[in-house]
Design a protein around this ligand. Structure first.
Ligand SMILES: C[S@@+](CC[C@H](N)C(=O)[O-])C[C@H]1O[C@@H](n2cnc3c(N)ncnc32)[C@H](O)[C@@H]1O
Length: 107
């Protein structure tokens, strides 16, 4: 069970993957907000969140760059689905979230 959980942290899959991704959105909030608060980022910046998980950081970055765009990529179908849902109002405008490995970024 612990091995399965750890595998899901690396690549969330199935029901446990969905649970893990939602847990990461919640559990990483404090450290993510601290990390992002250290960035000097212009409001029209273009940002790519690699391994975007459940999309909570994309949501934060979209607030930080209202005149820019924030895209995400993740190789987990569960992560991409949750991330797209979380950022649905920005998708197609200032945001695109793609499924795939970071080793072959789409052009
Ligand atoms: C530990 S989670 C972190 C998620 C998010 N960045 C956060 O801070 O909450 C790692 C995420 O990176 C993704 N990931 C890991 N290796 C990847 C790779 N080579 N290409 C694309 N996504 C990857 C996983 O699917 C997972 O959703």
């Amino acid at each position: 069970m612990i091995k399965k959980f750890l595998r899901n942290c690396r690549k969330p899959q199935g029901w446990m993957g969905r649970f893990t991704v939602k847990g990461m959105n919640f559990g990483h909030a404090v450290i993510s907000e601290w990390g992002l608060s250290r960035l000097e980022i212009s409001n029209d910046a273009r940002v790519l969140d690699i391994g975007c998980g459940g999309g909570a950081n994309i949501e934060r970055l979209l607030r930080m760059c209202p005149a820019g765009r924030v895209d995400g990529i993740d190789y987990s179908e569960e992560s991409v689905a949750i991330s797209r849902k979380k950022n649905s109002s920005a998708i197609g405008k200032h945001c695109d979230i793609r499924l795939g490995p970071v080793s072959s970024l789409p052009t």
